[in-house]
Design a protein around this ligand. Structure first.
Ligand code: FES
Length: 107
């Protein structure tokens, strides 16, 4: 397996209904994860970046949240419709997507 240049962590944390913190799972985190995997498979991009489902990243109320290393960029409010842009613009194009980037006050 080639060493990936970038690593995408997608919050898949779930919590019981009515929990005060909510969760990324309740905000489409699973759909975001599936969209990343589908694009990576359909476009044979597994040597470009790694995709990992993770637990809570911290700012639950802004989910679904996606963290990308090595840049340490946190994207918030991500939906499955944002995945192609994240792949094309950030993971392949090295351009941070400002409209999705968490403000400094969050992280
Ligand atoms: S549940 Fe996703 S950041 Fe906390």
């Amino acid at each position: 397996m080639p060493k990936p240049q970038k690593h995408v962590f997608i919050c898949g944390q779930s919590r019981p209904p009515g929990h005060p913190r909510g969760s990324c799972a309740a905000k489409g985190g699973g759909d975001v994860l599936q969209a990343f995997w589908k694009q990576a498979q359909d476009r044979n991009l597994f040597d470009q970046f790694a995709v990992t489902s993770t637990g809570c990243l911290g700012p639950c109320d802004t989910g679904a949240n996606v963290l990308i290393y090595p840049e340490s960029v946190l994207y918030i409010g991500v939906t499955k419709d944002d995945v192609q842009s994240i792949i094309d613009e950030h993971l392949l194009g090295n351009q941070v997507i400002e409209r999705l980037k968490a403000p400094e006050s969050i992280w």
